[in-house]
Design a protein around this ligand. Structure first.
Ligand SMILES: [Ca+2]
Ligand SMILES: [Ca+2]
Ligand SMILES: [Ca+2]
Length: 413
């Protein structure tokens, strides 16, 4: 759509002048003639805020860890429920959602911290422990008489700071544990497994909230050997974040570390709120969750700014430009594909704070995110195209007023 015709510019100018005169005449009122959310012929349409489908407050925890809709073979009572947790309180819950209302049930408490979840090729769910030493366990779930129990899924294995767990979807039934320090370990999905193999080892900035943060295997990994990682580059400030594609080597348990192709790379002024989780939808598009850049209260007002990648869910077509930079393209139905407002065309949804773990449920074709709150509420969102999930106008289902800098000026008034 051509938006800068002389007639449109003249019309907009006259509207602006009329608004200024109107405001000048109403000195007793706080009249805003420059509301960025106001629909105009030459601006984007206004988008309202979408509430989470669930929130919890500080009585339950203070840092959500998003999970998966359970589709595994072992725990019939969990099938179709979204299993998630709180990193701080270590509580694990299951959320049922029928498209309109949600109900929540407590399952159990992780004994030694919790950082992430992952599923095997058959859908079986595992929780990644978190105790910051090289002794972290992966735990599975069982249920009897309504009582949920965690099991030591791989008694012979321990990991160092796992932050993600993925399978390669290629029929080999292997699991890949992403360690924050830059190593991905692979092993067969067998409780008796005695050792792991180092699949990838790259230099990253670690740790705090930085490091190797996410892994996703191409839906056609079995034939093309492509996988994607998101990580913090080793080095000083400003920090840099990168999304890359790698290729497996001739050994199926070892990646070709020289095969890196960079899809996205950008400066990041704060060490926290990096997100980094990824998933694919049924159309084969890659989703990447990125935090609001960091600090507290979104001081850069990023999450509501569609000109930047921070505080967004991005959606990339990684089957475009396979052999040439930038090694991805924009899906034609992305909400800001070929926009004239300077918005990032990769954006699928926005208004996120620190989305920590994203997953796609093929049965319902829903994308689930746990978005870490500021100081009061943790939330669960189902991510849909073109929606604004509220931060930093809202925290959970509540208006967010700061501190330190207050909500973005772009928030609807
Ligand atoms: Ca950051
Ligand atoms: Ca702010
Ligand atoms: Ca929100």
């Amino acid at each position: 759509m051509q938006l800068d015709s002389t007639a449109a510019v003249r019309s907009a100018s006259w509207r602006r002048i009329a608004a200024m005169l109107f405001c000048a005449a109403l000195v007793a009122f706080a009249c805003d003639d420059d509301d960025p959310q106001a629909p105009t012929e030459d601006g984007p349409p206004a988008v309202g805020l979408t509430d989470p489908i669930w929130e919890y407050d500080r009585t339950q925890g203070q840092s959500i860890t998003g999970g998966y809709v359970y589709r595994g073979p072992s725990v019939a009572a969990l099938v179709g429920k979204y299993v998630y947790a709180d990193h701080s309180s270590r509580r694990i819950w299951a959320l049922s959602y029928d498209g309109a209302t949600a109900s929540n049930e407590f399952l159990t408490t992780m004994p030694d911290g919790l950082s992430s979840f992952g599923v095997a090729e058959d859908g079986e769910l595992f929780a990644c422990g978190w105790n910051s030493v090289n002794a972290t366990k992966l735990r599975g779930f069982s249920e009897s008489g309504g009582v949920y129990t965690l099991t030591d899924a791989f008694p012979n294995l321990t990991f160092n700071q796992p932050v993600d767990l993925q399978n390669s979807g290629d029929g080999t039934d292997r699991l890949f544990v992403v360690q924050q320090g830059g190593i991905i370990r692979v092993f067969p999905n067998d409780p008796a497994v005695a050792s792991t193999t180092e699949f990838l080892n790259i230099a990253v900035q670690c740790c705090g909230e930085m490091g190797l943060l996410g892994l996703a295997f191409h839906p056609d990994y079995e034939t093309n050997g492509f996988f994607f990682v998101y990580y913090s580059l080793a080095g000083g400030t400003p920090w840099r974040a990168r999304l890359s594609r790698f290729h497996v080597s001739g050994d199926p348990n070892v990646a070709d570390e020289a095969s890196e192709k960079i899809l996205l790379e950008f400066n990041d002024r704060e060490g926290n709120h990096n997100g980094g989780g990824m998933c694919f939808d049924d159309d084969g598009f890659l989703y990447l969750a990125i935090g609001d850049e960091g600090s507290g209260g979104d001081p850069y007002q990023n999450a509501q700014n569609r000109e930047v990648v921070f505080g967004k869910i991005l959606r990339l077509d990684i089957d475009q430009n396979v052999d040439t930079a930038p090694y991805y393209g924009i899906p034609a139905d992305n909400p800001y594909a070929v926009n004239t407002w300077g918005f990032r065309e990769e954006i699928f949804a926005w208004g996120l704070r620190n989305p920590w773990r994203i997953s796609h449920d093929t049965t319902t074709d829903r994308i689930w995110v746990g978005d870490v709150g500021q100081g009061s509420y943790e939330e669960i969102d189902i991510i849909e195209s073109g929606k604004n999930y509220g931060w930093d106008c809202r925290e959970g289902m509540h208006d967010y007023l700061g501190p330190p800098d207050g909500p973005s000026p772009a928030c609807p008034q």
